[in-house]
Design a protein around this ligand. Structure first.
Ligand code: 5GP
Ligand code: ZN
Length: 113
């Protein structure tokens, strides 16, 4: 998808701070973090929404989110983690390339959904 901002990140046409990468997925820092350490897990291939995304890709995305959550809790010292995935404008989705938000949470960090 030539006009997709996340495809552009995959293709290195725009910069991102990449924290993890495999053959199928890319993890990078969210440009507007809800909490410091907020990252996004995306498939390198363009899919959207979740109902059109192959099971094996979803499985790898979620297993990657689990690894990132472990790093946030064990490395960053997060007390909790939000793992979140929006589909459609009504849900608050802004970028139409499937992505999982992995957000470290700290006791009394002041954020409320
Ligand atoms: P959504 O609302 O679609 O679930 O979340 C999109 C997320 O992508 C937002 O948290 C937003 O800050 C992030 N985002 C949008 N554009 C860019 C970008 O160009 N680079 C990065 N790293 N994150 C982006
Ligand atoms: Zn895309």
């Amino acid at each position: 998808m030539s006009d997709c901002i996340f495809c552009k990140i995959v293709n290195k046409e725009i910069p991102a701070t990449v924290v993890y990468e495999s053959e199928e997925v890319l993890v990078f820092m969210d440009i507007g973090p809800i909490i410091k350490g907020h990252v996004l897990v995306i498939p390198k291939k363009h899919y959207d929404p979740v109902t059109e995304t192959p099971d094996e890709i979803l499985a790898e995305m979620h297993l990657t989110a689990k690894k990132i959550a472990a790093a946030q809790m064990n490395g960053l010292g997060a007390d909790g983690v939000n793992i979140m995935q929006n589909n459609g404008k009504a849900s608050g989705q802004e970028v139409e390339h499937i992505h999982i938000h992995v957000i470290p949470r700290f006791n009394n960090d002041g954020h409320h959904w």
